[in-house]
Ligand binder design. Structure first.
Ligand code: FAD
Ligand code: SF4
Length: 734
């Protein structure tokens, strides 16, 4: 449940100034021969030379790293080339032949897949590094590992000193309130999905028709999406097949079925349940709520060439060491396998080249520090909800409506917990959590309309509640150091510290919860260019101006007591709930003053009217129609659920329209033989924790019942393997 902040502590930047622009070799678009294979490194000779140099450099001493980098320059064979059809796209746009894709996160990778498989030539520029080996493999080697320290140091995260963002609360703030980390997502091949833990609920029908179904709210820019849930449903189906989603169709909560009906089963059954999740779920049920096995893009069985999850316990905030977890790498792989796509990591796109009405390509800076131009018929922006608007603003694209950069949204996070003093829960093992509930997303939740009316709002929605999980070892230690410093600043260590670690009240006896709540769209909450802060490329940094609406603050206050109540009902000895997202005016008890929940949306919102949106009904810039946006920036509202399944699905829909393809696809996975795939666990990468993980979380309801029997009979703890009697895993009946 706990998420390490991916990045570095906020600091004033020390930009080294602009990178000198050099003339010389430019990457040009070259005709590709049918047999020219997909490559996952730059085609720039200099960059390849540097890569080779790195392979032989002593600093890159890790053998795994060298192997991984070496295999990047392997040349997989390419399937026969198919031509793109000429004509007009469904939205009236041109069908092009070459696209440049900015970024390689969920949205960008999906667009790259669609366009490459439709026969376009595609070049994917990713400013982050590539920590994977041959990306045409279903489960490539990776430098991500189960190493808490490495992740706390920001491995795969953004460089918030070299690429800082600025934050202010309102346009009246004379100076930024923070500079550095402002809800940055990971900067690596795969984008945020390299670190995510892959909860993938769908948005509800009322999210797509928010204005029509729920009505306007003063001070907010509530609109309908230019697409309905029923149109999106087949795209959700397709993405769930593509990335491999586990879920429990039978145990699906009635409220979820009402607002997001499914016509297709989940591709996989749920994996083993977690004890900490089940305990809280039981408490939730006792208070009249409806918990269920939460959908996750985590393979519960071998799927599409990927192994099943081994419940290693290092999920949220860590790269999955065995790639059972679905991510942007899956569509990216398909793009590369098409033989039409090329990935260029370490390549920052700095400007969209255009003549005012049509884009001609992009400018980009490679790892050699030199600036290049890449021509293209179509430019896809997939840099995420802050970087995509920033790139449009850096490119001097006209903005008549004021919506370029406008309407940035961050989900509102609240943390709840229960502590069981007489029992160890091992909530740090397995996936982040196994059970969640949707009740708080319902505007008709008992008491929600009354609470809204009290503050003059027409309705109120919280968000999904993730239940289970806890922190890891180093994070726990840091919490005790913080606590001990309050009493004895000179000695936050020693015997007492050891006692705290042994007791482990904040890790091994704690079951956490997190509500991820809707954030209303307000045009004034925006991304623009900071007038004085620049990044390491010498470009103006993104400045985020964000002030919450009364809606988010009221929902947070309304639902936190419900979180505490369910932990109490579950039998916790100590329970509570605190705001995680805070503002400069009202910092959260956890010290947050800037949203940091890793769910960013809006900034180039889609719409049917150029006067109140930045992109059209298929995510293309109104002013430059051969620029399409394929990431969370197109969201007109934030929904009350984790956003990324919707990012994949809307990118799939829109990219298909850019390619002139009709309707949703059937994204078949390679089923033959793959279901029996060996886990192929790279043993060296999986450290202690994995071994006991599967055993500890297994057992489901049977283990919970047995645990209770044992606890009541003996008043003692759960056995060390997490099951009731130490007998290890029992199969979960779904
Ligand atoms: C720890 C963690 C856990 C999470 N868990 C979940 C979860 O369970 N469920 C869920 O739905 N979401 C989760 N998320 C959020 C999820 O990762 C994001 O919603 C998602 O990745 C956003 O996708 P995107 O396509 O909008 O952009 P991103 O994933 O941000 O990808 C953008 C990419 O573009 C690159 N880029 C940006 N600008 C440029 C440029 N100018 N040139 C070249 N490259 C550029 C970036 O480096 C980045 O790799 C989690 C995030 C984190 C960090
Ligand atoms: S628990 Fe470990 S193995 Fe399973 S999906 Fe998460 S990171 Fe991968």
């Amino acid at each position: 449940m706990w998420r390490p902040r991916v990045g570095q502590p906020t600091r004033r930047p020390n930009p080294t100034g602009p990178i000198r622009r050099r003339r010389g070799w430019r990457c040009r678009s070259r005709p590709r021969s049918p047999s020219r294979p997909a490559r996952v490194v730059s085609s720039c000779p200099k960059a390849v030379a540097q890569m080779r140099e790195r392979l032989h450099s002593p600093e890159q001493g890790q053998r795994g790293a060298i192997r991984a980098l070496r295999s990047q320059i392997s040349t997989p064979s390419s399937p026969p080339r198919c031509r793109a059809s000429h004509g007009l796209g469904r939205g009236g746009g041109p069908v092009a032949e070459k696209a440049v894709v900015v970024g390689s996160g969920p949205g960008a990778a999906t667009a790259a897949m669609v366009l490459a498989e439709a026969g376009w030539d595609v070049v994917v520029f990713e400013k982050g590094r590539n920590y994977f080996s041959d990306l045409t493999e279903p489960a490539p080697g990776t430098l991500f590992s189960n190493d808490e320290l490495k992740m706390l140091r920001g491995f795969g995260g953004p460089d918030t000193e070299g690429e800082p963002r600025a934050f202010r609360s309102t346009a009246d703030d004379p100076e930024p309130l923070e500079v550095g980390f402002v809800n940055n997502l990971p900067t690596t091949v795969g984008g945020g999905s390299a670190h995510w833990d892959a909860k993938v609920p769908r948005f509800w029908d009322i999210d797509f028709e928010k204005l029509t179904r729920l009505g306007p709210i003063d001070g907010a820019d509530v609109v309908d999406w230019p697409v309905s849930y029923s149109e999106m449903a087949p795209y959700y189906d397709a993405v769930e097949q593509l990335i491999g989603v586990q879920g429990d169709g039978d145990g699906w909560a009635a409220v979820a079925g009402k607002y997001a009906p499914r016509s297709r089963a989940f591709p996989m059954p749920p994996g083993p349940a977690q004890l900490a999740s089940l305990l809280l779920a039981e408490g939730a049920g006792a208070t009249g709520l409806h918990p269920y096995s939460y959908p996750a893009a985590v393979a519960s069985q071998p799927y599409d060439g990927r192994p099943a999850c081994i419940n290693c316990g290092f999920c949220s905030g860590f790269g999955c060491p065995i790639h059972d977890r679905g991510s942007a790498l899956i569509p990216l792989r398909r793009a590369l396998l098409s033989g039409r796509a090329e990935l260029r990591p370490d390549s920052m796109v700095t400007r969209i080249e255009h003549d005012g009405s049509s884009a001609t390509g992009v400018r980009w800076v490679g790892s050699d520090g030199a600036e290049h131009t890449e021509s293209a018929d179509f430019v896809v922006l997939g840099g995420g909800a802050v970087e995509s608007p920033r790139l449009v603003l850096l490119s001097d694209v006209g903005d008549d409506s004021g919506w370029i950069g406008g309407g940035i949204m961050f989900h509102w996070f609240s943390d709840g917990f229960g502590i069981w003093l007489d029992q160890r829960l091992h909530g740090y093992r397995g996936r982040s959590f196994s059970h969640g509930l949707d009740d708080f997303c319902d505007p008709d939740f008992p008491g929600a309309r009354e609470a809204a009316a009290e503050v003059g709002l027409p309705y109120l929605r919280g968000g999904i509640l993730e239940m289970g999980g806890t922190s890891h070892l180093i994070q726990e230690a840091l919490q005790y150091v913080d606590l001990m410093e309050i009493f004895d600043a000179d000695k936050p260590f020693g015997r007492r510290f050891k006692e705290l670690m042994r007791l482990s009240a904040l890790r091994d006896r704690l079951a956490g919860m997190q509500m991820i709540a809707e954030d209303l769209c307000q045009q004034a909450n925006r991304v623009d260019l900071d007038p004085s802060i620049t990044d390491r490329y010498g470009l103006p940094a993104a400045r985020v101006t964000y002030h919450p609406h009364l809606y988010e603050l009221t929902a947070q206050q309304f639902y936190m007591p419900h979180m505490e109540a369910l932990a109490k009902a579950a039998g916790a000895d100590v329970s509570g709930a605190v705001a995680q997202t805070g503002t400069p005016q009202a910092p959260s008890p956890t010290g947050e003053t800037t949203p940091s929940g890793a769910h960013l949306m809006g900034g180039l919102r889609m719409g049917t009217d150029p006067s109140n949106s930045a992109t059209d009904g298929f995510g293309r810039l109104w002013s430059i129609q051969n620029v399409g946006v394929a990431d969370a920036a197109v969201f007109p509202t934030s929904g009350a659920h984790n956003p990324t399944l919707t990012i994949f699905a809307i990118a799939l829909r829109n990219a298909r329209s850019w390619a002139g393809l009709e309707g949703p696809p059937e994204l078949a996975v390679d089923d033959e033989g793959d279901r029996g795939a060996d886990s192929g666990v790279p043993v060296g990468l999986v450290v202690a924790g994995a071994a006991g993980g599967a055993a500890v979380i297994a057992g489901g309801a049977a283990a919970l019942a047995a645990r209770k029997r044992r606890a009541s009979a003996h008043g003692s703890e759960t056995a060390e393997d997490g099951t009731a009697d130490g007998s290890g895993p029992e199969p979960l009946s779904s």
